[in-house]
Write a protein that binds this ligand. Sequence first.
Ligand SMILES: Nc1ncnc2c1ncn2[C@@H]1O[C@H](COP(=O)(O)OP(=O)(O)OP(=O)(O)O)[C@@H](O)[C@H]1O
Ligand SMILES: [Mg+2]
Length: 267
Amino acid sequence: MDQFVNPESGTVPFYLPQGDECDVFAAAHRSCLPLLLKGPTGCGKTRFVAHMAAKLGRPLYTVACHDDLSAADLIGRYLLKGGETVWVDGPLTRAVREGAICYLDEVVEARKDVAVVLHPLTDDRRILPIDRTGEELQAGPGFMLVASYNPGYQNILKTLKPSTRQRFLSVEFGFPKPEHEVPVVIAESGLAEDRVRLLVRIAGKLRGLKGQDLEEGVSTRLVVYCATLIAQGMSFDRAVQVAMIEPLTDDAEVKRGLADLVTAVAG
Ligand SMILES: Nc1ncnc2c1ncn2[C@@H]1O[C@H](COP(=O)(O)OP(=O)(O)OP(=O)(O)O)[C@@H](O)[C@H]1O
Ligand SMILES: [Mg+2]
């Protein structure tokens, strides 16, 4: 489990909005409503949440969900400490107590008992019952639950039940338009604009192949990686190979096809 607390140190992580998502997030927070972010990998969901938490001045607890993540991992458990049994809050409980934002990344991965915990927290009751201690916490106005998932990985076994997803407002994220992606990649990598424009054009072409040869299109994260390598002196071709071709596929023929496409675009 990966969790960190945003120390509210005053620095707001850079996030360039693609639309009105910042307003939706702020309205959800104000109205005490949970929010679900849907979108492909590397399109800015985590950065968006970090940005909004800092902007709203709330601490942030992030939990990367996995297929072994249980309700106890979120709520807490009794642990042996120096011969004594002590209760230790999990990240969700801490977030409720502190009026923080709790971000459950890839929530569909979590075990089924997690949904049971989320339900009373994500309807108008906003309560977190802690069976093991007999406590029942009432979430204050600062608390907000944010979850994300990638509908692309969705299969019949791993999807949210309607009773869960209909408890969340939902915002869909996609790959940013070039006019958004270019400034993001420049800001993140420091690479010159003409080079970045070319990379973003290549990314757009590669994304066009999604569904045919590729499971997912190249993410903004990979474009940022590629630009960072070039800014640090790596050759353009090599950076594209290691950051925008190899991460997408293991199939030699598909890789050759992608490389040809890059050559056609880059000239
Ligand atoms: N709108 C944006 N503003 C600023 N940076 C962005 C934006 N979109 C993408 N990025 C960049 O892309 C990188 C990847 O974004 P992020 O980690 O938030 O993706 P994600 O959607 O959470 O992916 P995953 O589903 O794999 O967790 C960020 O580190 C940042 O450099
Ligand atoms: Mg993320």
